[in-house]
Structures are given as structure tokens and as C-alpha cells.
Design a protein around this ligand. Structure first.
Ligand SMILES: Cc1ncc(COP(=O)(O)O)c(C=O)c1O
Length: 462
């Protein structure tokens, strides 16, 4: 523990107090020992699932509730908080144009907040996936987040292409836990003649693998008419991105994980500037899309004309007026991230925290280097995330064995329960994986130490 304290002094979580970390009392848990009170924060290592709430969010949301109560519809154009720098609702999402692009490495015009992740993925697929008899294949993963797979599957149905033929679903080699970049490159090359789209996650939700987005994007673009899109749910706010420079065609993400915008918070899209410059839907080069009035020319939006003049850039892909409450929740979190020093500073601290986690786990007597090295009978775990820091974000995924269908006997279930009862909040993926993600904005080295210490005790107990 002394080492963890030393590391916390050396690399302090300067913005931990800006966040609400749940307490034993608020979680309905008993403080585990005399060293903790009911008001002590739990050890929350689940920011890969739902980030903690920034303290500023409550006030930001309350200001909008006040605006609704006090001026109702007039707040769209005459917000009561304007003198204090608040934005009228008609432009509520525009202040994010100063905050979000640097997080994803996009130009201001290439980024918009709207909708939710799966809805946005579907919308972007409508715009970007245009199969024909020659080019119709989609390279995706076998273990993709199901929502993404359903979206790909339904694109095939919409376009009348056979998913068995169209979906090239990549999976790790036999005995390996994550995809090799070379195998992705090979698949692109082998399918290039029929390839329409490469759509992969920036970071894989289950294994925590960080894909080489730059290499894959640049490689795929060597081939004619191949579009590259990324699902950045687990990458945004976790690792630095350079979507513009890499030439990514489109990307989408949710903002409730490392962006701490709250459950179901407003999501985001990136559309490269090369795709969104045309001033009217009647002009050549216009990209057909799922359209709505909020993507239309701002000055003429309320004239209700029957001409669609998209705002150039990603804003032209918005459909509806955004949820004001959701937008300000995201803004208050992005302001904390900016104040911390932005995504580069977060990544620097993240590498230290997750590197420390990895070291402690590898020193555990229950750690095994690979699945095959794990004895069948004894409880233990292996790490299925790439060990190289350039190939992972904040999260490490631990695969436990042996597995029993009965949760009372199953190793992972018993470890998860043991940790949870003692206020270590991590994330289980049945049947046998626990994901642990120290969030650099608010987690400490002591959080990491305590987690591994209790994990070892849990395995002893099993
Ligand atoms: C990789 C990935 N894709 C898609 C989703 C679905 O997100 P939503 O429910 O916000 O559409 C998630 C949710 O966690 C995810 O992790």
C-alpha cells in the first residue's frame, strides 16, 4: 500500500473532487472495516461502463430546469442565463464545438453531438454504406458489440444482400484472445475488390484491445471506394484520437463511459470534411442521409421551406433538436476534462494507473500467462487484454477459471460478489470475465491496489 500512496502523491488525481464518487452508504453497502466510514467512497473502477457524475452537472442541469420553469418556450431564443454565459436552447450544443473536437482529433466542422450511439451508427450506415453488385462487403468483428452486429445485419436486409456473403466477421486466431492487426490488413486486402466498408471498434468492449486505427484506415483507403468507420464507445475520452488526420470517413460514440455525460447521455458523430460540403440536397455530390430540420441551414430552419440545405459538416447530419439536459451534462464533464489538461494528460495518467494495475495482477499468485497455463482445478485468472500499452486503453479484462454453471461455485461470480460486497465496483461479463477500468480523471493508485488486494483475497476464499 505504501507504494500506492507514494504514487498518489507523485501523480495526484487532481480532479477527483470534481466528481461524485458513490459512497458505501449511497451504494447501500456496509463499510468493510474500521478504516472506512459509511461516507467513504467506494472503489469505483467501472468508468468503462458508466462514468461518475461531475459535481458541476447538477447545477448545469438545474439551470436548464429553471430556464424551462421560468421562460418555457422562450428559452429557445432568450435564455434567462444568457447574461451569465448560458446558451439559448436553439444553439445549446454549439459550445461543445470548442470542447469535443480536440477529444477526437477532428475539425470543429467534423463533429456533432446528437442522438444515441446505435441510432447514430444506423444513420451513418445509411449515408455511408451504398452496396452495389460489385462492392457490398463489410469487414467487422465476430465478437462485435451486439448492437453493432444487429445494425450491420439489418443493413444487409435493407439492401437485399446476403449477410453470409457480405459480412466478413474477423475473429482472433485459435488460442488467441484478440485480433492481430496483420490479420485485419490481410482480410482487407483479400476482400478489397468487393469491399464497401470497414467498421470496427476503436477499443473492443470485451477484451479492451485498442485497434491500430491509423494503420487500418490508411491501408483500407488504398483501395477504391472503401469507407472506414469506427465505433468509439470505449475509445472516446480514453485514448487520444486523430480522426481527421487519419482520414477516417465516419465515427460515432456514446458519452456515458469515459466522457461522464450520464446514463444514455447524448452521443456524438464525426464525419470527415471531405464528405459534407455540399450546400443543398439538389446539388451534385450531396450525400443522402437520414435528414431532419436540425441539420438544415440555421438561418432558414424556422422558415419551414421544402428545401433541405444541410449545414456543411457533421452538423448537417443532425436530425432533431437535442435534449438540452443531456447536452449540458456532457458540457460540464468536457469542461472538467479540459481543465485536467485534455485527453493527452488523461492518457498519460491512464498509462500509469493501468500499468500499475497490470503489474500488481501479474504479481498475483493466481495469475497465469495464458489460458493453457491455467490449471483446470485451481482458481485463477489470465488477462485477455493486450499487455502492450500501445494496444490497450484504461481497461484490463480478466478471464477466470474454472467455470461452473452454478454461480455459487463459479470462480468469476464468487470473485465478483466478494469484491462488490466490499465496495469494489467492477464489471462482470458472464460467464467468466471481469473488466477493470481505472479512470484517470478520478481513480487513484490506492483504488488499484485495494482492488488487486481484494481480488487475491477473493481467490483465496474461493
Ligand atoms: C461498443 C459499443 N457499441 C454500441 C453500444 C450500444 O450503445 P447505445 O445503447 O448507447 O446505443 C455500446 C454500449 O455500451 C458499446 O459498448
Amino acid at each position: 500500500m505504501e507504494k500506492a500512496v507514494e504514487l498518489d502523491n507523485q501523480y495526484p488525481a487532481t480532479h477527483r473532487d470534481a466528481m461524485c464518487i458513490p459512497t458505501y452508504e449511497s451504494m447501500g453497502l456496509r463499510a468493510p472495516s474500521a478504516n472506512f466510514s459509511k461516507f467513504s467512497p467506494v472503489t469505483y473502477l467501472c468508468g468503462n461502463s458508466l462514468g461518475c457524475m461531475p459535481r458541476a452537472t447538477r447545477e448545469a442541469v438545474n439551470s436548464e430546469l429553471d430556464a424551462w420553469a421560468d421562460r418555457a418556450v422562450e428559452s429557445h431564443f432568450r435564455h434567462r442565463g444568457e447574461p451569465q454565459g448560458l446558451t439559448s436552447w436553439v444553439d445549446i450544443d454549439l459550445p461543445l464545438s470548442n470542447l469535443l473536437p480536440s477529444v477526437v482529433g477532428g475539425l470543429e466542422s467534423e463533429v456533432a453531438v446528437m442522438g444515441s450511439l446505435t441510432a447514430n451508427l444506423n444513420a451513418l450506415l445509411v449515408a455511408f454504406y451504398r452496396p452495389n453488385s460489385q462492392k457490398f462487403k463489410i469487414i467487422c468483428e465476430k465478437g462485435a458489440f451486439p448492437s453493432d452486429f444487429y445494425a450491420f445485419l439489418n443493413q444487409c436486409a435493407i439492401h437485399g444482400v446476403d449477410p453470409e456473403e457480405a459480412l466478413v466477421r474477423l475473429e482472433p486466431r485459435e488460442g488467441e484472445t484478440y485480433l492481430r492487426t496483420d490479420d485485419i490488413i490481410k482480410a482487407i486486402s483479400e476482400n478489397s475488390e468487393q469491399l464497401a466498408l470497414v467498421c470496427l471498434p476503436g477499443i473492443q468492449y470485451y477484451t479492451g484491445q485498442l485497434f491500430d486505427m491509423k494503420k487500418i484506415t490508411l491501408y483500407a483507403h488504398q483501395f477504391e471506394d472503401v469507407v472506414v468507420g469506427w465505433d468509439l464507445a470505449h475509445a472516446v475520452g480514453n485514448v487520444p484520437l486523430q480522426l481527421h488526420d487519419w482520414g477516417v470517413d465516419f465515427a460515432c460514440w456514446c458519452s456515458y463511459k469515459y466522457l461522464n455525460a450520464g446514463p444514455g447521455g447524448i452521443a456524438g458523430i464525426f464525419v470527415h470534411e471531405k464528405h459534407a460540403q455540399v450546400a443543398s440536397h439538389t446539388q451534385e455530390g450531396y450525400m443522402p442521409r437520414l435528414a431532419g430540420w436540425w441539420g438544415n441551414n440555421r438561418e432558414r430552419r424556422f422558415q419551414m421551406k421544402e428545401v433541405f440545405e444541410p449545414i456543411s459538416g457533421a452538423l448537417g447530419f443532425r436530425q432533431s433538436n437535442p435534449s438540452v439536459i443531456d447536452v449540458v451534462a456532457l458540457r460540464s464533464s468536457l469542461e472538467v476534462i479540459k481543465d485536467f489538461g485534455g485527453i493527452e494528460a488523461l492518457r498519460e495518467r491512464s498509462l500509469l494507473l493501468t500499468g500499475y494495475l497490470l503489474k500488481l495482477l501479474q504479481n498475483s499468485p493466481f495469475y497465469h500467462e495464458s489460458l493453457t497455463a491455467t490449471p483446470q482445478s485451481k482458481p485463477g485468472f489470465t488477462i485477455i487484454t493486450p499487455l502492450d500499452e500501445d494496444e490497450r486503453g484504461a481497461q484490463l479484462s480478466l478471464l477466470f477459471s474454472p467455470h461452473h454453471d452454478d454461480p455459487k461455485l463459479d470462480t468469476m461470480e464468487q470473485v465478483f460478489k466478494y469484491l462488490n460486497e466490499r465496495g469494489v465496483i467492477v464489471d462482470e461479463r458472464r460467464p467468466d470475465v471481469i473488466r477493470i477500468a481505472p479512470a484517470p480523471l478520478y481513480n487513484t493508485f490506492q483504488d488499484v491496489f485495494r482492488t488487486v488486494d481484494l481480488l487475491n483475497k477473493a481467490l483465496q476464499h474461493v
